[in-house]
Design a protein around this ligand. Structure first.
Ligand code: PBG
Length: 342
């Protein structure tokens, strides 16, 4: 019993409806799809975030990020060498600082020999051809997990800027190629630019975490750097409200005016509209951070067989490029680079 609905009077053929435009024509074969593909993911798009820890020969799994490890400096050097072999242009380092070194003002960020700076020196020495991006943020160094100096429950902007600026100069002195401040304090980009220039680091670039949103997707990262149990309250007085888009563009414009060389949107996938706006309105090198929670979601669903994890990984990264990214910070970087190579 085949159901036959009534035919409309003067029923049109599909060619009548489409005016003979057949949009499927170029999708018919792999070669034709390749020919019209608008965006591509290459190894040149990748920035690899790496977690650091004190000690020697340590490679400590991070529970909430299967496949990602906290690495002692010697192991981080090995991974940087792997990045070089794979052709990954740059790595970004994030330290898990010993608890006894964390304090109210994050003072250990001003130690020229702290974990980040030691790693930068070692990596730069072993693989000078790999770019090193360092985060000049206080959160790995504070006892309260905030990215700023906390006084009477308030994150004090200008003092934090002073501290972050001094840290940026030390990071540049250790060999960092790009300073990427992720704290969202007002005025930090201009202050860092001035300080870098005044201290002989005019060639060191700034990638601003210009539009960094208050987000639940940072959860696993806080486990990775050991701030998960420390954070008092939330970061809503400095990170962007994820309801806002105009404000994000204003932040990006401001950082550009202050001297940022590159802009970043963070997190990635839920913020594709922001990436597109920032790219279109400011026409600057634009990056996204596919953050820890995005990584862990794809990883978890893939491991459980609920989605094809590999395909979801590649799709998410290519979609970030389509949205306007020139590059992506992603924990998948070595996996993707291996795949693209093979
Ligand atoms: C904070 C910082 C965060 C991330 C990197 N640096 C966010 C936060 O903890 O609030 C998140 C990175 C990720 O989730 O992968 N300076």
């Amino acid at each position: 019993n085949k159901f036959t609905p009534a035919k409309p009077a003067g029923a049109r053929s599909v060619d009548d409806i489409t005016g003979s435009r057949r949009l499927r024509r170029m999708r018919k074969a792999p070669w034709s799809r390749r020919l019209v593909q608008e965006n591509r993911l290459t190894v040149d798009d990748l920035i690899w975030p790496i977690f650091l820890i004190d000690g020697d020969g340590r490679r400590e799994p991070i529970e909430a990020m299967p496949g990602v490890f906290r690495l002692s400096v010697d192991m981080a050097v090995k991974e940087a060498e792997r990045a070089a072999r794979l052709g990954i242009p740059a790595i970004a380092t994030f330290p898990n600082v010993e608890m006894k070194l964390r304090d109210q003002t994050g003072s250990a960020i001003l130690d020229p020999d702290n974990l980040i700076n030691r790693a930068t020196r070692a990596i730069k020495k072993a693989v000078p051809e790999v770019g090193i991006i360092t985060d000049a943020a206080l959160d790995p160094f504070t006892s309260h997990g905030h990215d700023g100096i906390l006084r009477d429950g308030i994150i004090v902007n200008d003092e934090t800027v002073e501290q972050v600026t001094a840290a940026a100069v030390l990071q540049a002195a250790a060999g960092s190629d790009i300073i990427a401040p992720s704290d969202m304090m007002d005025g930090r980009i201009g202050a860092i630019r001035d300080a870098l220039d005044a201290n002989g680091f005019a060639e060191v670039a700034i990638m601003s975490y210009a539009t960094k949103f208050h987000s639940a997707f940072y959860g696993p990262y806080r486990d990775a750097i050991g701030t998960a149990g420390l954070l008092q309250g939330d970061k809503k007085t400095y990170y962007l409200d994820h309801a806002n888009s105009d404000e994000a563009v204003r932040e990006a414009e401001q950082d550009l005016a202050e001297g940022a060389d590159m802009l970043m949107v963070k997190p990635g996938l839920p913020y594709l509209d922001i990436i597109r706006r920032v790219k279109d309105e400011l026409q600057m090198p634009t990056f996204a951070y596919q953050v820890s929670g995005e990584y862990s979601m794809i990883k978890a669903a893939g491991t459980n067989g609920w989605i094809d994890g590999e395909k979801a990984m590649l799709e998410s990264l290519l979609c970030l490029k389509r949205a306007g990214c020139d590059g992506i910070l992603t924990y998948f970087a070595p996996t993707v680079a291996e795949m693209l190579k093979g």
